[in-house]
Design a protein around this ligand. Structure first.
Ligand code: CDT
Length: 304
């Protein structure tokens, strides 16, 4: 079986607050069809890819908040994504806001799913590192209320056998944390799929605004190399409702090298042929966990 997975990173430009799900899904389908013509096995969409990045607004009406959430996946508006996956034999990763009833209560998560080329959901991840704040902070140019609108993910960092390899999923802020990559690598991950919405302006420390692009690649290139994994990272980019979002979607090899990167802030597909066996160059040598890790010296990391 070939260990080469051809991946498409399907960056999205801005999504307006009043843009319909149907219109967004049309944009996603166009990217899937383009990906298929370029030979992709799998296409990766951003975090919260079906709507505008709504945590930038403080809202009190639960009905208004819930309008940004999916109660079924697939639902009536997202079913075409699954139908086209089956038609083209192409898988996808999709980030969306998930509203579920579990254990007799309503729960809301920032979620991603992995769907295979038969249109079957093979994996689900609920974002663990939720950034931002929970209360209205009107001094900010815009809010970042993920801690208000979502619970921290309760499914852990999972890996899934798919597309001939072992895949992990994460969402946006997770990419800044070395623990994300290491836990997934310990579970055999060969390729990390990740979507993001990263504002260029960081209200608490605006002096770092010019470093957004640097920090984006710094943590992911290090995470790829130190864990011998491919990383496919996909932005929702551009000026969305007056908020500038970082682009620079990229595909990173296990050596830490960027092998493809977007060059616009709009809907854009970048692709790469990723040989999963290249993970061995790192995993069997410089970062051979079995040979070189000293977990007995790392206990503090899990205790605090
Ligand atoms: N969506 C997301 O997680 N964005 C964060 C912004 C951090 S500033 C609150 C990120 O890490 O890119």
């Amino acid at each position: 079986m070939s260990r080469i997975v051809t991946v498409g990173a399907a960056q999205l430009g801005p999504i307006a607050r009043n843009e319909s799900r149907a219109r967004v899904v049309e944009r996603l389908l166009a990217l899937m069809r383009r990906a298929r013509t370029r030979g992709c096995d799998l296409v990766v969409f951003p975090e919260l890819a079906l709507t505008t990045f709504f945590p930038r607004w403080y809202m009190e009406s639960q009905a208004e908040i819930d309008a940004f959430f999916e109660t079924a996946m697939p639902g009536p508006e997202t079913e075409p994504l699954f139908a086209v996956a089956r038609e083209l034999g192409i898988g996808f990763y999709l980030g969306y806001a998930e509203r579920v009833e579990e254990g007799g209560r309503v729960r809301r998560f920032n979620t991603s799913i992995l769907v295979d080329g038969r249109g079957e959901v093979v994996g689900r991840y609920r974002k663990i590192h939720l950034p931002g704040h929970a209360e209205n902070e009107p001094w900010r140019a815009f809010q970042h209320l993920e801690k208000r609108y979502f619970e921290p993910g309760d499914l852990g960092f999972g890996t899934w056998q798919a597309f001939g390899g072992v895949f992990g999923m994460a969402l946006c802020n997770d990419r800044r944390w070395p623990e994300t990559y290491r836990v997934l690598a310990l579970k055999g991950m060969e390729m990390l799929l990740l979507g993001y919405n990263t504002p260029m302006h960081y209200p608490p420390v605006p002096g770092h605004d010019h470093l957004q692009g640097f920090h984006n690649h710094l943590c992911m290139q290090a995470g790829a190399y130190q864990n011998g994994t491919w990383v496919v990272a996909v932005a929702k980019a551009g000026r969305e409702e007056g908020c500038d979002l970082l682009g620079q979607s990229c595909i990173i090899a296990p050596t830490g090298e960027i092998v493809a990167m977007s060059s616009t802030l709009g809907d854009e597909l970048i692709t790469a042929e990723c040989d999963l066996d290249r993970t061995r160059e790192i995993k069997e040598h410089i970062f051979n966990f079995e040979l070189h890790r000293r977990p007995e010296e790392y206990r503090l990391i899990a205790e605090r």
